[in-house]
Unconditional design. Sequence first.
Length: 282
Amino acid sequence: MQNKFIPNRPGSKDIAWCPGCGNFGIRTILMEVFEELNLSPNKIVIVSGIGQAAKMPHYINVNGFHTLHGRAIPIATGVKIANSELTVIAEGGDGDMYAEGGNHFIHGIRRNPNITVIVHNNQIYGLTKGQASPTTMMGVKTPAQPQGVFEEPFNAVSVAISLDASFVARTFVGYKDLTKKIIKEAIKNKGFSFVEIFQPCVSFNKINTYEWYEKNTYFINNHDPYNKIEAMKIAMRTDYFPVGIIYRSDKKDFNKNVDLTKPLFNKKINKNKLKELISNFV
C-alpha cells in the first residue's frame, strides 16, 4: 500500500536535489512518521523559507507554505494560532533558520508556540553553491571564503537550551530509527520542539560526509533531559557531536498562555467591534 504522503500532482516527482543528498532521507522519514502517527495529510502544514531543504513542501502530500528567507517560524506560529488542531512544522536549512532566520529562532523559543522546528544542518549553503553557513567549521575554505572560515560555528542546540526551549534534540539522517523516534517525540511535545538533523551536502561540502558524521557523533545514554546544566554540558561538546534528546522543559506553550485552546478561525467575530477597530486605522 502506497504511503498517502507521497504526492501525486504534476511536477511533484521532479525532485531538484542532487543524487545522494541527505534531504531525501529526511523526506522519507517525515512521510513514515506521519503515516505511523496516523496523521491526516490535510491536518499537517509544513512551512519553509528558502533553500534546498525548504523545497520539502513540494515533495510531501501535506499543506505547504513557502515564505521569505528565514521566516518559517513566525508564519508557522501564526498558522498554529489560527488553527491549534493542525500539526505544524517549520522546516529549513542551517542558513535559512540560523542566519536569515536567527532572530525568529530566538524569539520563537521565547514565545513557545506548539510547533516542531526541523533544521537540516549540512554546514554549508547548498542552494547558492557552497559558501559558508553559520555552522561551517572554522578553517574550511569555500568559494566565498578562500582563506578559510574564521568565525566560530553557531551552536543552535546550546542557544535553544539557554532559552529554555521545551524540546531540544539533534540527530543524523543516517540514523533512521533514532531520527524517526525524535521527530515523533517532537510532534507529540506541547511547545517549541527543535530538532537539528545533520544531513550531508554531497555537492558542495566534501568534508562533512555521511562517513564523517558517523565518526564524529555519539549517542547520548543515561541522560536526564530535564537537567538543564547537564544538557548544556552535552550541547557544548565540540570534539564529538551528541545525538539524541538533549533537553526538555515543562513550560506552558503559547496557545495556553493566551487562551487559544480552541481554533481561532472557529471563534465568532463581533462585526461591529471589528468595523470599529478597522476605522481606527483607515
